[in-house]
Design a protein around this ligand. Structure first.
Ligand SMILES: Cc1cc2nc3c(=O)[nH]c(=O)nc-3n(C[C@H](O)[C@H](O)[C@H](O)COP(=O)(O)O)c2cc1C
Length: 152
């Protein structure tokens, strides 16, 4: 099984989480590829892979600028994604953005579900205001999530 991590980020935290997963979860899958979302369109989901959306939230609950094209493509150039299984890591800040906490990850989830893709497990939300380390917690979550995906 190949894991493809699609990263939406402004200040790279989501990318660091993806890199930590790439290093520390290599024993659980055949291959882990990280792709920044910049410039991607819906064909990013053509691969035979398990997908992990790993994105922060900006503005008032918006996707990061580098994720906007891919997010729009899921609406503007839709196609059936019934072959896609995915998970979501959503980075946000409950302390300063409670009303739109982790909204970008939730938005990607809604669009993917609307196209027939199947989410494995629950969305994992990281709260930057709680003092936890997103890379460490992200790896721990991902190990459990990959086991769930393998068993499904
Ligand atoms: C200007 C600004 C707007 C933000 N808006 C939101 C938001 O609406 N909802 C949320 O949960 N977090 C929000 N955040 C918090 C970021 O999503 C969070 O710090 C995240 O860890 C950043 O990840 P990144 O470095 O990968 O971009 C915002 C942060 C900034 C600086």
């Amino acid at each position: 099984m190949k894991l493809k991590i699609l990263v939406g980020t402004v200040t790279s935290t989501a990318e660091y989480v993806a890199q930590a997963i790439q290093m520390d979860c290599a024993d659980l899958v055949d291959d882990i590829e990280i792709q920044l979302m910049d410039g991607l369109d819906i064909t990013a989901f053509d691969d035979d892979a398990l997908f992990l959306i790993c994105t922060s939230t900006y503005g008032a609950g918006d996707v990061p600028d580098n994720a906007q094209r891919l997010y729009d493509a899921l609406d503007m150039t839709p196609k059936f994604l019934g072959h896609v299984r995915y998970g979501v890591i959503a980075l946000g800040d409950m302390g300063s953005h409670a009303a739109t906490f982790c909204a970008a990850g939730k938005r990607f989830d809604e669009r993917l579900q609307g196209l027939g893709a199947r989410r494995v497990g629950e969305i994992w939300c990281h709260d930057a205001s709680d003092g936890s380390v997103p890379e460490a917690d992200g790896v721990a979550w991902c190990r459990d999530w990959l086991a769930l995906a393998a068993a499904a």
